[in-house]
Write a protein that binds this ligand. Structure first.
Ligand SMILES: [Zn+2]
Length: 264
């Protein structure tokens, strides 16, 4: 005997959707079946033919993917520097050093940078390593043009509006790299600089917001390795990002490509 029951349909939990989305899907099923009967009845009537439950499942799956699409934007990324449609990158076959200048930063400054670097290694596949914490000023710490060398480390330091005018009270950090021509004339990124706001990090230390402290650093590392801003709240490289604290799918696609530049 046929058991007309809701069990014919997968539950919201099985579909991995919220109760609200589940209700919307059921409503949609009802409308498409042209029936005012509850969905259990629609499903049980279909069960009389052996293949129909499968069709119902397929339809539910299609309805789920359709209903999720509008709130699940396409992954997106942008490159900071491009030549002939190709991104300018760090060398893909050398050690990339990162030096930490913790003065004025949070108590866990070096640990924070090590955590971010581990994520950048995994996202880009590049050989990035923290060489240690130093006193004084890093070369190129304020982004001012000076001679740079291909092996200059990426520096991470904490600054304020007095030392760097662009570090206004609305800016959590700044990040970027210089470009120089490699031996074969190909442009490459070198001497990355990250300057983080002392005031902002002091407020994060006070509130204990470690996720945001890491997120700002990852965003700036994104710039250093060649990612530009995008207009998508699903990505950490969103220009006005204020809630996301980890790389999105598009960020990761872009970083993977930036790790596959020329070996030079
Ligand atoms: Zn940015």
């Amino acid at each position: 005997m046929d058991q007309p029951s809701q069990h014919t349909l997968p539950t919201a939990a099985e579909l991995g959707v919220s109760e609200g989305e589940y209700e919307r899907i059921l409503r949609d099923l009802r409308q498409r079946s042209g029936s005012d009967e509850p969905p259990a009845a629609v499903a049980s009537r279909r069960r009389r033919a052996g293949w129909l439950p499968l069709a119902v499942l397929a339809f539910v799956a299609a309805a789920v993917s359709w209903s999720l699409t509008p709130s699940d934007p396409e992954p997106t990324y942008a490159f900071m520097h491009e030549v002939d449609g190709r991104p300018i990158t760090y060398t893909s076959c050398g050690l990339i050093q990162v030096a930490v200048y913790p003065a004025g930063g949070p108590p866990n400054a070096e640990e924070l940078v090590r955590e971010a670097v581990a994520e950048m290694r995994s996202a880009t596949g590049l050989d990035i390593t923290v060489v240690g914490a130093f006193g004084g000023h890093a070369p190129n710490w304020n982004f001012e043009a000076g001679p740079v060398h291909r092996d200059d480390p990426i520096s991470v330091s904490w600054q304020d509006g007095e030392s760097i005018a662009e570090l206004t009270e609305h800016t959590a950090g700044l990040g970027g790299s210089r470009t120089i021509a490699g031996p074969d004339g190909t442009q490459r990124l070198v001497a990355g600089t990250i300057a983080l706001s002392r005031d902002y990090y002091a407020s994060l230390t006070e509130s204990g917001d470690d996720d945001e402290a890491l997120a700002v650093l990852l965003h700036e590392f994104g710039h250093v390795f060649g990612l530009g801003h995008v207009d998508s709240r699903a990505e950490l490289m969103d220009a006005s990002n204020s809630s996301r604290t980890s790389f999105g799918k598009g960020d990761l696609q872009g970083l993977r490509l930036l790790g596959q530049g020329p070996c030079q």
